[in-house]
Design a protein around this ligand. Structure first.
Ligand code: WTA
Length: 635
């Protein structure tokens, strides 16, 4: 049997698969897993315990290397098939096309370089690169030799990068002189240099030449990528890994404190990303698939690198931004490479919808077979625009709900196979036991219900732990509702069992598709010497989905609030990254608090959202007068 035999092509096949997966999960996933190449077969598919200290193991004892499945396996049958079509920032620069054979050789060459550096199985390697082919190559080279990659999005600041390097003790950093993003360049090497001042664990920094701008150089630490790989062999025996060995760490924001290094392992992650990719996008062997994400996020890991490559797909990767040089760039690329599946985020769709539709209609998009959405709830207006202008009302839309923690898509329609419904992610994929509970954990058993989403049974690509902090993993995901996985999202369900995600139920705000914990932003603001205390909340924004508003209390009143606000925004940009800068900063004399001193964020959210009539009873607050004061400020 091949993976293709598990492709679900009708609603009945979907239903049948879901029933089988629930009735006998071991058998269901074992059969799918057995279509991959194993060095040593696994004996039992699943072992888990979600009641005490949560543990989940899939295919443990089975030995494999994920890159053999993603590369060598396809090189054996179709070496000249394109794995990657890389579209550079400048539309007139030539795309880089890599066949499976060429990609394998590049991966092996770089892997040999890492080996020469003494990198071996289990070592952590931090990758801080722009969206260039070398990012994919570096990721896969780590996997080839069993090193654990930790990709950090190239929009993060020096201190955010440093915190991630320190947390996982990376010994190698892979970066570039700079990055092109539209008409801007980002000085990545400068940022990395800054970060490395506090990262003693890093003993080598490999620097890719991309922008050719001048950089500072440390002979002891730095080596150019091209020198690093010079003269190396292009074959490299893959490290044999247990299915449960760590493949990568990827950091995601939590509602409190430092980012969580989510740990994904080799076997289950490979099986689930491949299976879900093939089924959600209904990928056919000659299709060209394009996901516009960055490999710095989970969408890039699962649906630009591992899932598509495991299936032998051809993917477009794009270095630039949708607005450069003009707002037609996405559609120009779709036309140029005859893209069949296009996968992007609601934020991008809303931004594109603000511009004349001629940007879309001037391009031949007739190759499109599937449109996808990911990262945040898609509002009806954006859904309709996508459907009408891009899909010409003929192309199925998959609204895919999942998380860094889930590794792969958990709720989505299967393109053109199961029904779609605007703003609904729709049905759980086979093997996903989604449910709703009320805030006390009571199951909501009515067909139609609204509550908190939980997943009640393991699936192969669930993150196994938080790097170095299993206790936090248990607390965040398994303590709210014992025995169930708690994703942190609210949802409603219609009479047909379709789920609609309503948004986060914790203090994470999704701004332009980026998860931002409010606590770390508050910590950053509070570091400003003039600030006593602050509170950050999200409020609706018509392009970004949500924007941030910071309420700030000062030690002394200031007559130069403009300077102060600028400093605060810069401070956030430096400690977290530009994406975390609040749209609005309001200087206030106090924050609404309960009598026990807890900040009433709900009220601050309502105020920021201009829902002044929905504040509820404020008389029980410690300081109701402050609400009136803020209201006045905002009106
Ligand atoms: C949100 C991104 C509604 C959700 C893959 C989740 C969504 C968080 C959707 C995870 C969707 C993601 N509809 N909300 N289709 N997809 N989300 O870790 O709140 O960056 O918990 O993973 O994004 O974001 P993350």
């Amino acid at each position: 049997m091949t993976l293709e035999d598990f492709k679900l092509r009708t609603p009945e096949q979907y239903k049948e698969a879901q029933q089988q997966a629930i009735k006998n999960p071991d058998l269901f996933w074992a059969e799918i897993a057995n279509t991959f190449e194993w060095k040593t077969p696994f004996e039992k598919a699943l072992q888990y315990n979600w009641n005490d200290t949560p543990s989940t193991e899939w295919f443990a004892g089975g030995k494999l290397n994920i890159t053999e499945n993603c590369l060598d396996r396809h090189v054996a049958t179709q070496p000249d098939k394109l794995a990657l079509i890389w579209e550079p920032n400048e539309p007139h620069d030539t795309p880089v096309k890599l066949t499976y054979k060429e990609l394998l050789e590049a991966v092996c060459t770089f892997a040999n370089g890492l080996k020469n550096q003494g990198v071996s199985k289990g070592d952590r390697v931090c990758i801080y690169l722009p969206m260039v082919p070398e990012l994919t190559i570096a990721v896969l080279a780590c996997a080839r030799i069993g090193a654990i990659h930790s990709v950090v999005f190239a929009g993060f600041s020096a201190s955010a990068l440093a915190a991630r390097i320190q947390d996982s003790g990376c010994s190698i950093l892979i970066t570039a002189d700079g990055a092109f993003r539209g008409n801007k360049t980002v000085p990545l090497k400068d940022i990395a240099d800054d970060a490395l001042k506090t990262c003693e664990s890093v003993r080598k920094s490999i620097v890719l030449q991309r922008t050719f701008e001048p950089i500072s150089w440390n002979n002891k630490l730095d080596v150019w990528w091209h020198d690093f790989v010079d003269g190396l062999s292009s074959s490299c025996t893959p490290e044999i890994m247990d299915a449960e060995d760590v493949l990568f760490i990827l950091y995601t924001s939590g509602s409190t404190g430092k980012p969580k290094g989510m740990v994904h392992t080799c076997g289950g992650y490979m099986v689930y990303t491949a299976y879900s990719f093939m089924n959600v996008f209904q990928y056919e062997q000659d299709d060209v698939y394009w996901c516009t994400a960055d490999i710095g996020w989970i969408t890039g890991h699962s649906y630009m690198v591992y899932g598509p490559l495991a299936v032998g797909a051809t993917s477009v990767h794009f270095e630039g931004v949708p607005s450069y040089p003009k707002w037609n760039r996405f559609w120009e690329i779709c036309e140029k490479h005859k893209v069949n599946q296009f996968y992007t985020a609601p934020t991008a769709i809303r931004a594109l919808a603000k511009h004349p539709s001629s940007h879309v209609t001037n391009h031949d998009l007739s190759a499109l077979k599937v449109l996808g959405s990911v990262g945040e709830p898609i509002n009806e207006e954006a859904w309709n625009w996508y459907d009408t202008h891009v899909g010409k009302n003929q192309v199925p839309i998959v609204d895919t709900w999942w998380q860094t923690e889930t590794g792969g898509i958990l709720i989505s329609s299967l393109a053109g196979v199961t029904p779609q419904k605007p703003t609904y992610a729709t049905l759980p994929l086979p093997g996903i036991q989604a449910a709703l509970v009320d805030d006390k954990g009571n199951p909501l058993t009515d067909k139609e219900a609204e509550g908190i989403l939980t997943i009640n049974f393991p699936w192969p690509s669930i993150a196994r732990t938080i790097w170095g902090d299993h206790k936090r993993y248990q607390e965040v995901y398994f303590s709210a509702f014992p025995g169930r996985y708690f994703p942190g999202d609210g949802a409603l369900r219609d009479a047909d069992g379709n789920y609609r995600i309503t948004g986060r139920v914790d203090d994470v705000v999704i701004v332009s598709g980026h998860n931002l914990g409010t606590a770390p932003i508050e910590n950053s603001i509070n570091e400003h010497p003039e600030v006593v205390e602050s509170a950050v909340v999200g409020y609706p924004h018509d392009i970004k989905g949500n924007a941030l508003m910071a309420y700030v209390i000062l030690y002394n009143t200031t007559d130069d609030s403009e300077r102060l606000i600028k400093e605060i925004r810069e401070q956030i940009s430096n400690t977290i990254g530009p994406i975390a800068k609040p749209d609005r900063v309001l200087i206030v004399s106090g924050l609404p608090k309960t009598r026990s001193g807890k900040i009433m964020r709900r009220i601050l959210r309502k105020l920021a959202s201009n829902e002044m009539d929905q504040l509820g009873d404020i008389s029980t607050l410690l300081n109701p007068e402050i609400v009136e004061e803020i209201k006045k400020e905002l009106s």
